[in-house]
Design a protein around this ligand. Sequence first.
Ligand SMILES: NC(=O)c1ccc[n+]([C@@H]2O[C@H](COP(=O)([O-])OP(=O)(O)OC[C@H]3O[C@@H](n4cnc5c(N)ncnc54)[C@H](OP(=O)(O)O)[C@@H]3O)[C@@H](O)[C@H]2O)c1
Length: 264
Amino acid sequence: MNPLPPTIADLSDDELLALYADGVGDPWLRVNFVTTLDGAAAAGGLTGELGGPDDLRVFDLLRRTASVVLVAAGTVRDEGYGPMVLHDADVAWRREHGLPDHPVFAIMSGSLSLDADSRVFTAAPVRPIVLTSAAAADSPRAAALSAVADVVPCSAAGSPDEVDAVLVRDALVARGLGAIHCEGGPTFFGALVAADLVDELTLTVDPSLEGGAAPRIARGSSPSLRRMRPAHVLRGDGDVLLTRFVRAGAPGAAGGADAARDSG
Ligand SMILES: NC(=O)c1ccc[n+]([C@@H]2O[C@H](COP(=O)([O-])OP(=O)(O)OC[C@H]3O[C@@H](n4cnc5c(N)ncnc54)[C@H](OP(=O)(O)O)[C@@H]3O)[C@@H](O)[C@H]2O)c1
């Protein structure tokens, strides 16, 4: 029988952060998802039942090092996101490492169906960014949101109604927000894959079968297969597997797998 991967409980937060930092470039776009064994991105419409405490531990740690947390509007609405406020331990770690207390919250929306009075905006410790199309950025909704967020048009020339994923990434990088941590969701992930923007996928595999009602973690269409390679696999509470894959050809990251193996 193959040995199981090392358990995450044996690793300190610093050891885990070192694993997830291995081979990371600047800029770097990391995407984080949880999936069931049969590829479901949700159960009963939400992710709450999937992943468990160690997935949550990694979820929080990945936010800790981000300059910006990027989430598409469907996930913000469905999952009921609040303001991007990190835990005290994360804030302390960021201060020690010369980072602002909290990452910027960037929301990607084509329609701007976002409530400017929601706590996402009114309780934000840092002014959020809303990335949208050029047409939407010129609308009354944009005017309302501009009171509480920076509304940034990201449309390619000649396509004012489309949000261009490359321009979304570029807009964040131009603001000095190169450590981009994306928490989904599937529609946006599909656009990132299509535009070949994914440097890393951290994917928690929940050992459950959902049956097929839920979406998979990416939807859309990509002109070609995007190759990734494994950086590490860890085992978490409830027998979840916490995997990390980086873009094939990206420098580094091989040491991450070794480090994970050595720790087991
Ligand atoms: N398994 C996981 O780790 C995970 C992670 C995240 C979400 N989820 C699940 O995924 C489901 C939501 O799926 P979803 O596909 O609706 O999520 P999504 O990608 O977060 O949201 C889709 C919405 O985001 C905006 N958007 C995304 N890509 C766009 C593009 N290329 N151009 C313009 N706008 C774009 C649009 O917002 P507007 O409508 O405002 O224009 C679109 O309606 C929920 O069940 C959630 O629980 C699972």
